[in-house]
Design a protein around this ligand. Structure first.
Ligand SMILES: [Zn+2]
Length: 291
């Protein structure tokens, strides 16, 4: 059974074919349409899958946003613009004439990272820190998606009631403070207008404000991880994303986690799959759910 796997992100759309052992071949990607309209996304998806679809028997999609009964909605409209309520599964079923399933991209990545852990792990949490903050949770060996597709959206838990307003409508979310966008937004003086990537480079060169901005993000994340440990009693937390995997970030988070009481600490690991985590997680979920 060959699965056409698709990853819908804020900046790119990726697709590949996955065999029954979840090996990915024929990987291709195109930019996410800048206009963020349903018509533009549908056309881009058609272009993306055209060379692959004839070789597949089913479709599995990992997408940014909340996936509720096959419909894509955006918790933070900044990430997807006008693509709230996009009928993802319907559109792809019609485009491909194949059975289709969809899941949130961070939930899919959590499932892929779970499979990379030792066999005695049954409970883990995956966190991705990049432009935003997302996550996914495996409990008792099962991926938790929730009744509304919302499970694992840790980026929208509270970090600071006096913190900045988040795109989701809440104030002081983890995402608003710890994400790449949050790091960049808090910069001022000679760092005003810098991207998170530039701020990391300044920190590596010893810039005090840059170091402070990254430490603030790492501290927010460590507190979130302590909350997660207390709430889920997971065996480990896996950290991914462009900020999560940036040089020295994990070590800073670990140092802040050491400040928490011992009962709140949990082993922290780097994510094993980077760009392909969504595609691989979708392939692995299709094996479980579409047999
Ligand atoms: Zn939020």
């Amino acid at each position: 059974m060959t699965t056409l796997v698709i990853d819908i992100g804020g900046t790119k759309l990726a697709a590949a074919l996955a065999d029954s052992a979840s090996n990915l071949t024929g990987r291709r990607e195109i930019p996410t349409p800048a206009s963020r309209t349903p018509q533009a996304l549908q056309a881009a998806l058609a272009t993306l899958v055209a060379p692959l679809v004839s070789q597949a028997q089913r479709v599995a999609v990992a997408s940014t946003g909340i996936i509720k009964q096959g419909v894509l909605t955006a918790l933070n409209p900044d990430n997807l613009g006008g693509l709230s309520h996009f009928p993802l599964v319907d559109v792809l079923s019609r485009l491909t004439n194949l059975p289709c399933m969809a899941v949130n991209d961070a939930q899919a990545a959590a499932w892929a990272e779970y499979h990379a852990l030792s066999a005695d792990t049954t409970d883990m949490v995956f966190l991705t820190v990049s432009t935003g903050v997302g996550g996914g949770m495996v409990t008792g060996g099962k991926l938790l998606t929730g009744t509304e597709g919302l499970a694992g959206h840790f980026g929208h838990t509270l970090a600071d009631p006096h913190g900045p307003r988040c795109g989701c409508g809440r104030t002081g979310c983890v995402e608003a403070m710890a994400s790449g966008r949050g790091i960049a937004r808090a910069a001022n003086g000679d760092l005003a207008g810098c991207t998170a990537k530039q701020i990391f480079a300044h920190a590596a060169a010893g810039h005090p404000q840059a170091e402070e901005l990254i430490q603030r993000s790492a501290r927010v994340l460590a507190r979130l991880i302590a909350d997660i440990k207390v709430a889920t009693d997971c065996q480990c937390v896996v950290l991914g994303g462009s900020v999560g995997l940036a040089d020295g970030y994990l070590a800073r988070v670990k140092a802040w986690l050491e400040e928490e009481p011992e009962i709140c600490r949990v082993p922290l690991f780097r994510a094993k799959h980077q760009h392909d985590a969504g595609l691989l997680g979708a392939a692995l979920l299709a094996q479980n759910r579409m047999l």
